[in-house]
Design a protein. Sequence first.
Lengths: 202, 191, 252
Amino acid sequence: MSANSASISASSAGPKKSLKTFGDDIWKNKTAKINAELFTLTYGSIVSQLCTDFERDFKKVNSQLYAMGYNIGVRLIEDFLARTALPRCDSLAQTSEVISKCAFKIFLNVTPQVGNWSNNKDAFSLFLDENPLSDFVELPMDAAKELWYSNILCGVLRGALEMVQMDCDVWFVNDVLRGGQSTEMRVKLNRIMKDEIPAGED
Amino acid sequence: MAIQTILVINKSGGLVYQRDFIKTGAKLSSNEYLILAGTLQGVVAIASQVTPKALQISAKTGSKTANEPSQLIPYVGSLGAPAQNLSDMGSFMGQDFFNESFPSWNQSGLKHVTTDQLSMFLYQTLTGLKFVAISTQSTTNAMAVSIAENLLRKAYCLYADYVMKNPFHDPEMPIKCELFDTHLAELVGQL
Amino acid sequence: MGDSGLASEVNEHQRLQLQFQLFQESLPKVDETIYRMLLNEAVPLAISVEKSLTHHKEDATGQLEAELDSKLALESQQGDASHKLLKDYLAADQDQQTRIKTRLENIGFQLGQKLSQLLIFSNNPNLSFKDMDLLSVMKFVCRDVWKQVFGKQIDNLKTNHRGTFYLLDYNYKPIEPFTLEEDLSDQEQKLIEPFLHVPCGMIRGVLASLGFEKEGQVTCQATLVDPPDSKQAGAGTFTKSVSFNVQVLVGR
């Protein structure tokens, strides 16, 4: 994947352990798990019902999935923080690593590649080589043009990041389901909501 | 260390949970608890502002650039490790919620208040929640502070696991969640 | 000789069970928390869909307004918080509530259909399709389907052998974190209802995929019930026992 060459590694590894070992360890030893295919099927049933409800108006489906994800994200962040107790990231590069190596790892058991950094380092992409939401999924022709099948993920990230005072836009720019070369999610940091950072942190 | 009360304060300073574990202890009215919550919220902010500039700068240049939080709270193993019963761990697996030392999110705010009769401990999360424990023992012992931080992080784990999974819960409103209640009582009871 | 034959049969069965279990464990996994959240979040989602659909009908007269609306909707994609949506359910009229429940039942139905395929293809030694009568299908639902989705089996299955079944789950997992008063008011009972339509649909979906697929052949209704005394552990808590009443019309 060409985009990966642009990936920068967050040189600051955080706690003594690398984030990768840390995330792997929590996934392996600390979380209760269920069959990924069950998860895929359930999500598939939800998306398909939405497509029926909105009479294949996929823009509306996208925004419902996003809203659903947002509502999960604002609560899931507490679970993530309680499990990991990771310190506040002091750069977006570090945030990207935490999202990929810890958050995605712990919840979905995948580690997206981070890459495609914008010049001023305020936006990056996550490349999902594997996506448990869409395993074995094929989109019908009409949906392949407009539906962002995994759009729930954008909502989750948006909601979770907002709760740690990072105002971000998150959207899909590409998806293998739509015939793209890769599945690419874009995260852009608009601003850090400094006023809302809990007192006592610095 | 006997825990008299646990409080949870939401990010806007509102008291969302209060529970007494010692029936004989001094009782505050619910209004007084609300005032206490608001006061703590303010004091944490002020405490972080009165930190001398020099210390703030040295903290920034010293530990922060190495990206190593200045202090790690040691993991206290024996504390309330749920007895064998794995189902008590909710969605957490293993013997305990976590088993490593961890950084404090509250570096310069108020963490610990002590009088001759009692101690109060504060644990603040990245999302701005505050978990407060009031102990009947007056202590300035570093070990006691670590134990309290461990206890409160576990309370946070319970909060994440039970309160956050109740879809009816409104973050602005008081926590009504019986599973959180029972597990928290167990946790405090094991102390 | 008969004994040893039986013993080796038992061992063979155990071996297959173990093999099946190892196979299940080797399958790709995701975190259980997010699955539980996803499943429960389907309810606020269904309510939100209903709101957005009815909203648009009302606006159908003013084309411009509708356009403006969809633009605004795109900009603030967040929508309402889940707990607020759940409250909206109570305010919705009968028709809307029915549509919301149907929507959830459809999600469950689709899941059930796919689920039986998933479970059948996994070489489960508990399944034999040689003589799969209705009762063994129901046992499949109670044991394999429930275990897969909710991590536990149905606690009690009752039947009159004429197409009526009661599936009792004394601790229905998805509503475990809910907190409601012990004496459920009508309103609170109503709030739980939509959450029970997903598994109802799921049961119908599984049955449909196993041959009970005629329109209206299978009906399923869920109600909160009191658990038997032995299971009533924590007093003062609201019961999380659910009874699924399944009616199957069997052609003779």
